[in-house]
Design a protein around this ligand. Structure first.
Ligand code: PLP
Ligand code: LYS
Length: 472
C-alpha cells in the first residue's frame, strides 16, 4: 500500500510531514518562486529549461547534474546591481563559482567577494581585476594574502589581531599600503539556522563591538604604516528574510563609524553590509525582490546617518545565495522506490536517487528543506508524501525531507530538485568515492558544461597507492 492510500491525500501532510506542507491540487504543477525563470513543464509533460528537454540533458550529460539557467543568473545579478546602485555589489563566490560565472558577474557590472586562495585563483584566471575584488576569510595564510596583494586586490577584510599583523607584514614586505576593512561582530541574533548565523558573539567570525575587540583592531591598523583602514564590515548570517537584523547591524556599524571620527579623527569612507538574503526553497519561504531589499536598506542607512549627522558612506553588499541559488536545479535519476511502515499504520515512500549528500549536504548539515518534482513526465497518479534520499552509506543521506510526488514514481524517472545553485556544488564532496556532478549552463536552447563531471579516474589519480605499487 502506498502512503496516499493510507489517507495522506487531503489537507495537510499529516503527522509524518511538516504542518506547512500542503497536498498539491496538481502534483505536476511547478510553484514559480521555486524555479528559475526559464523552466516550465512542456506539453508532453517533461520539464524544459531554456528550451531544452531535461530527458535530453540527462542523456547528454548524465545524472546527477546541476542544470543552471544562465539568463536567470545574469538577471538576478543585474537586478541586485541596479536596485542597490550606487552601492558596490560583490557576488559572494562561495555560493557557486567558476571562470564563466566570474565573467558573467563582471559583465553584469558586479564585483566579486572571494574568501580563499582557491576562489581568488578562479577570479584571477577569469580576468577579474583586483580593483573589483574583496578578500574575506578568518585565517588566510601569508601566501594567500601575498597572492591577493600581488593581484592588487582592492580590499582585504581582517578578522583577527593575528591577521592584522600578518596582512601588515606581507604588505610591508611588498612596500605597499594595503587597504583593509574590519569585520565587526555586531551582536545580532539573526533568525536563521545556528550554523549559518554569524553576528552573535559566541562564534569564530569577526571582532566584537561590545567587547572592544573591534576598536582595538582599529587602533592596531591605524598604528601599522603598511595598512590603510577604509571601512567596517558586518555579515549577520545567511538565508535571512527579516530586515530587523540588518537594521540593528547597520545602526551599530554606522554608530561605530561615527564614533571613530571623534576618537581618532578618521572618516572611513565605506561600510560593507555583507550578504545573507534568503531565497525560496519551499512554499514556506517568502523572499523579497532586490528592489524591496534595496529600498529598505537604503532607508535604514539614510535614517541612521541623518540621526548621527554624518554623510552617507559608500555602501557595499555581498549576495551569494540570492543570485546563484534559484538559478539551478539538480537533475537526478530514480533508482529505487521503497514504502516504509511507520508507527500507527502510517507509511513513508523513500525515493532513492543517484546522488545525495555528496552533491547536496545542506539537508543533512542544516536540516534544510527542499522541494522536488517528477521531471521526465507528467503523472496522473495521486500525490504521495515522499522523501528523496541518496545513494550514500548514511541514514541521514536525505536530499528532500518531505515532498508530494506522484504515487507512480519509479526507477528510471528523472526527479528535479530546485534551488540548488548555491552551496550545493560548492560544498559537494566525494563521500563514498562518488565523483562530483557537472554544472551545465543552459541558455537560449544551448547547453555548455561549466564544470565537468568528475570521474572515478580523477579520484584514483589522487590515490598514491597505485603509483607506489607500480614504482616498486
Ligand atoms: C562575509 C560573507 N559575505 C557574503 C556571504 C554570502 O552570503 P549569502 O550567500 O547568504 O548571500 C557570506 C556567507 O554567508 C559571508 O560570510
Ligand atoms: N553554506 C551555508 C551558508 C554559509 C555561507 C557562508 N558564510 C549554506 O548553505 O546555507
Amino acid at each position: 500500500m502506498r502512503a496516499h492510500e493510507a489517507g495522506a491525500l487531503h489537507g495537510q501532510a499529516g503527522d509524518h510531514g511538516p504542518a506547512w506542507l500542503r497536498v498539491p491540487d496538481d502534483v505536476n504543477a511547478l510553484v514559480p518562486v521555486l524555479w528559475s525563470e526559464h523552466v516550465a513543464r512542456a506539453e508532453d509533460g517533461a520539464l524544459r529549461v531554456a528550451g531544452l528537454d531535461v530527458r535530453e540533458l540527462a542523456q547528454e550529460f548524465g545524472t546527477p547534474a546541476y542544470i543552471l539557467d544562465e539568463a536567470d543568473f545574469r538577471n538576478r545579478a543585474r537586478a541586485f546591481r541596479e536596485a542597490f546602485a550606487p552601492a558596490t555589489v560583490y557576488y559572494a563566490a562561495k555560493a557557486f563559482f567558476s571562470v564563466a560565472v566570474a565573467r558573467w558577474v563582471l559583465e553584469e557590472g558586479l564585483s566579486v567577494d572571494v574568501s580563499t586562495g582557491g576562489e581568488l585563483a578562479v577570479a584571477l584566471a577569469a580576468g577579474v581585476p583586483g580593483e573589483r575584488l574583496v578578500f574575506h576569510g578568518n585565517n588566510r595564510s601569508a601566501a594567500e594574502l601575498g597572492r591577493a596583494m600581488d593581484a592588487n586586490v582592492a580590499r582585504i577584510v581582517v578578522d583577527s589581531y593575528d591577521e592584522i599583523e600578518r596582512v601588515a607584514r606581507v604588505a610591508a614586505e611588498r612596500g605597499i599600503r594595503q587597504r583593509v576593512i574590519v569585520r565587526v561582530t555586531v551582536g545580532v541574533e539573526a533568525h536563521t539556522h545556528e550554523f549559518i548565523a554569524t553576528a552573535h558573539e559566541d562564534q569564530k567570525f569577526g571582532l566584537s563591538l561590545a567587547g572592544g575587540a573591534a576598536d582595538e583592531a582599529v587602533r592596531r591598523i591605524l598604528a601599522a604604516p603598511s595598512l590603510e583602514l577604509v571601512g567596517l564590515h558586518s555579515h549577520i548570517g545567511s538565508q535571512i528574510f527579516d530586515t530587523a537584523g540588518f537594521e540593528i547591524a547597520t545602526r551599530r556599524l554606522l554608530g561605530m563609524l561615527h564614533r571613530l571620527r571623534g576618537e581618532h579623527g578618521i572618516e572611513l569612507p565605506e561600510v560593507d553590509l555583507g550578504g545573507g538574503f534568503g531565497i525560496a526553497y519551499t512554499t514556506q519561504d517568502d523572499p523579497q525582490p532586490p528592489r524591496v531589499l534595496a529600498e529598505s536598506m537604503r532607508a535604514i542607512v539614510e535614517r541612521e546617518c541623518a540621526a548621527l549627522g554624518m554623510d552617507v558612506p559608500h555602501v557595499s553588499i555581498e549576495p551569494g545565495r540570492a543570485i546563484a541559488g534559484p538559478t539551478t536545479f539538480t537533475l537526478y535519476e530514480v533508482g529505487t522506490v521503497k514504502d516504509v511502515a511507520l508507527d500507527g499504520g502510517r507509511r513513508r515512500t523513500y525515493v532513492a536517487v543517484d546522488g545525495g549528500m555528496s552533491d547536496n549536504i545542506r539537508t543533512a548539515l542544516y536540516d534544510a528543506s527542499y522541494s522536488a518534482t517528477l521531471a521526465s513526465r507528467r503523472s496522473d497518479a495521486g500525490p504521495v508524501l515522499s522523501r528523496v534520499v541518496g545513494k550514500h552509506c548514511e541514514s541521514g543521506d536525505v536530499v528532500v525531507k518531505d515532498e508530494f510526488l506522484p504515487a507512480d514514481v519509479a526507477p528510471g524517472d528523472l526527479v528535479a530538485v530546485p534551488g540548488t545553485g548555491a552551496y550545493c556544488r560548492s560544498m559537494a564532496s566525494n563521500y563514498n568515492h562518488v565523483p562530483r556532478p557537472p554544472v551545465v549552463a543552459v541558455r537560449d536552447g544551448a547547453a555548455r558544461v561549466l564544470l565537468r563531471r568528475e570521474t572515478e579516474q580523477d579520484l584514483l589519480r589522487l590515490d598514491t597507492g597505485l603509483d607506489v605499487e607500480e614504482g616498486a
